[in-house]
Design a protein around this ligand. Sequence first.
Ligand code: IVH
Length: 692
Amino acid sequence: MNAKDVKRRPEISPARIESEQEAEGAAQALREAIRYHDWRYYVLDSPVISDAEYDELMENLRALEEKFPELQTPDSPTQQVGGEPREELGSVRHPVPMLSLRAVYEEEGVRHFDDICRKELGREEVEYVAEPKYDGVAIELIYEDGRLSVASTRGDGETGEDVTPNIKTLKEVPLVLMESEEENIPSRLVVRGEVYMRKDEFNEFNRRRAQDGEEQFANPRNAAAGSLRQLDPNITAGRPLHIFLYAVVESSSREFNAHKEILETLPKWGLKVNSDQLKVCSGTEEAIDFHRELAEIRDDLPYEIDGVVCKVNSLSDQEELGYRQRDPRWALAYKFQPRQKTTVVENIVVQVGRTGKLTPIAILEPVHISGVEVSRASLHNQSEVDRKDIRVGDRVLVERAGDVIPYVVKSIKEERDGTEKVFHLPGRCPVCGAETVTSEDRKMTRCTNMSCPAQLCERIMHFASRGGMYIEGLGEKRVGQLFEAGLVERIHSLYHLTKDDLTSLERYADKSAENLLGEIEESKEQTLARFLYALGIPLVGEHLARVLAQHYGTLDDLMGASNEVLQEIQEIGPEVAHSITTFFNDGRNRGEIEEMRKVGLRLSNPLYSTKEEERPLESLTFVFTGSLDRWTREEVKRMVEKLGGRAVSSVSRETDYMVAGPGAGSKLERAEELDIPVLSEEEFTELLERRG
Ligand code: IVH
């Protein structure tokens, strides 16, 4: 660790500190670090450590102050919330302080919380409401005589920023409360919730910013915070912001008994509550289950969440449990394992893909992010490297976004010591030495040599892959060997290989040569969909290849289709259409296909059906879970797609049917919660028969 590391992330274990003098120094270091990070998070909307790292600093300080109570000072971060408000916005004093939540990351922490609640309340079992912990911006709305009078951010917890004009631009925030037969409007109502940006809208918003050369936001939370804290509400109005409300802190003339009751009442006044994801739990085990279920569907939810909030349901119990300085005793945040960590860029290497594109790859000091070791991350292109200013030796914030792709969020420039090295993609291809060309916007750098081995090897491997021609014997090593021996110069060279060719290579016995030749021979009898995927047309993955095969009976029909005609297919936009026509207009690609036909490529197309009635599952989405008797997953998926439907792996409200076999688990529960019709395998077969 360098000097800055020590300052911003002091490594202190309270359990090991014995002397008061040492404790004092440690507490001071922690407080300074926490204040710095509060400022980065709340004032600049630009944190430089992950939430989990922050939580750890806070937890250490708390533990230290507990062990040495005389060290506690009224201005310690454990006694307050958040950061300084942005002055230009004007300030609002919260009628009741806006507190924070204590965070745990392990089941044990939740059980411990439950133990304390039960003990304090003297009860065997306590009822909780579990709800998502939204990763957005906390907001307070004050309605007077049914009209929105003030909206404010959390600020330092006591005083927030006045964002009333900005909040008024959100369509989901009613300016006037609704009166219903059952519910009168209280003369004064103070509610709290979270303003957020949806993930898809965030991506689109960021994409447009990149296009306009504006700085990108690291995540939807920062984008929402930045949008809300604008001085000009017209800017906020143009941003896609949403709200979920989850608390009432004042409601004249309307008494509530339970948190659940609050959540049921708010919508009657026109205030938005996320009733899809709520669970009343008898005891914390159910809340732990809920956490598990949410973790599973987290990536499929349209908004970001970073855990579950577990709240004691009864309001009188809440009152009895009361508050600590900074957080309530009746609520707990059970967070997901962090997806962001900081690590160091040890090197940046260059990968040449099958289209000849050069991609910079960051080689990272390995870190574990939600159970997966991350040691490399694509930096996409030179423009991205420049924009984020990522240098070799930098400390960076890495996020494992979605399920798999690690993403370098940013470099932490504050921690540089001057030894970091600026990176440029090379002017010559690292594989073949040919010159490279870079587009003006620096988003694309390509090797100019069509027969660059990197391109060819990658293309052959893709051609032979499982989803393509499925020539199992052609892995990376074998392809490299063939190439080095000069046995493959084009893809179709594969079909001219002889047994002598193969046995002349190292580690090829007669048997393995025969096996490989057999597989290559078999691959000539192929379906159109697999062949299209195997060709490696840019932007055409397995799913789109199948969609194309559903709409075009033969390869020639597809090769003759124009941009406009292709776009008549629902899932095909201008970019994909352009990519397909460009691919087939290229003489070299046509020549390659011609050569393969000459050696006996024969394409069948079982997916193609001319008549509407042969697509009986048109636009229906299925999720399969548990085990099936009659089909494999792959078969069932193909069948559904052949009949015009889609088979996806996760349950959402867009799912039309779930088909569940023995051993179905949380997906099934989730489908039941969302009221999605659940079919057995037999019922599914019946459905197919009924639909022709
Ligand atoms: S209740 C006194 N419920 O978490 C407890 N907070 O660390 C008040 N948050 O600033 C909070 N989702 O912005 C509550 N379902 C939820 C929440 C939630 C997100 C945020 C909130 C607060 C922070 C506390």
